[in-house]
Design a protein. Structure first.
Length: 239
């Protein structure tokens, strides 16, 4: 969902750069969803830098304290799924980054003049492609050629039937991860846009914005959890 008024697009237009997409490579790189993807990444880096630039060991406070709570929660949550510290530390950095980035990206759309880059299917497909590729790579790393047993089902005699079913199931995960996040974000932005146009910019959109805050958090968490579950399944032995 691309808003009619986007601050970064106006800024790029003022600099004489393509800001609303097009056929050229530069226009694709500077498309609105890419602008706000870059912004979400920059915010993530700035917050991480600000939280760690003046670290206090004994009495952490402020942003450092919040970041430590988030990181510690994420590590503990992943370890509850893996039951193994070594496996946890393999996937912890990427999964925590996913959660952090998607959370920031989702909430950008609640700021007037901004958009959620996750309300564009290209962004959610990109995140999904990384997640799917990662767990297959982990499966091959841990099991080698035996990773194919994950697609054969529990009964050898049923393997010819189970293999195509499992393949389609894994393809379905691409749709599940990407379209769920995209659909929820774009529907939230469409509804907010309609309320702004029909009921004014003040009180009427507030209930949807409050609901949007919950949806942004929930959808980031769902993507994070499913990515963890898929990776843990790939690293575990086939049954």
């Amino acid at each position: 969902m691309e808003h009619p008024l986007l601050f970064l697009s106006l800024l790029l237009e003022a600099l004489g750069l393509p800001a609303h997409g097009g056929q050229s490579a530069l226009a694709q790189i500077l498309a609105p969803h890419m602008q706000y993807s870059y912004l979400a990444m920059i915010i993530c880096v700035i917050l991480a830098w600000a939280a760690t630039s003046k670290m206090e060991i004994r009495t952490p406070k402020g942003l450092q304290n919040l970041m430590e709570i988030f990181v510690d929660w994420s590590e503990n949550f992943i370890e509850e799924q893996t039951h193994d510290k070594r496996l946890t530390m393999i996937i912890f950095p990427m999964m925590t980054t996913f959660m952090f980035y998607i959370l920031i990206a989702n909430y950008l759309g609640l700021i007037p003049g901004f958009m959620s880059p996750t309300a564009n299917l290209n962004v959610t497909l990109g995140c999904t492609a990384i997640s799917i590729a990662t767990y297959h790579i982990l499966g091959i790393r841990f099991h080698g050629i035996k990773y194919i047993k994950h697609f054969m089902g529990p009964i050898p005699a049923m393997a010819p039937m189970m293999f195509p079913i499992e393949v389609f199931s894994h393809i379905g995960r691409i749709l599940s991860l990407s379209i769920r996040l995209f659909g929820n974000m774009v529907s939230k932005e469409i509804l907010l846009g309609l309320l702004f146009m029909l009921a004014g910019p003040y009180l009427a959109p507030l209930p949807i914005m409050i609901l949007g805050c919950l949806v942004c958090l929930l959808q980031a968490f769902i993507f994070y959890v499913l990515s963890i579950v898929y990776s843990v399944e790939a690293m575990a032995g086939a049954h």
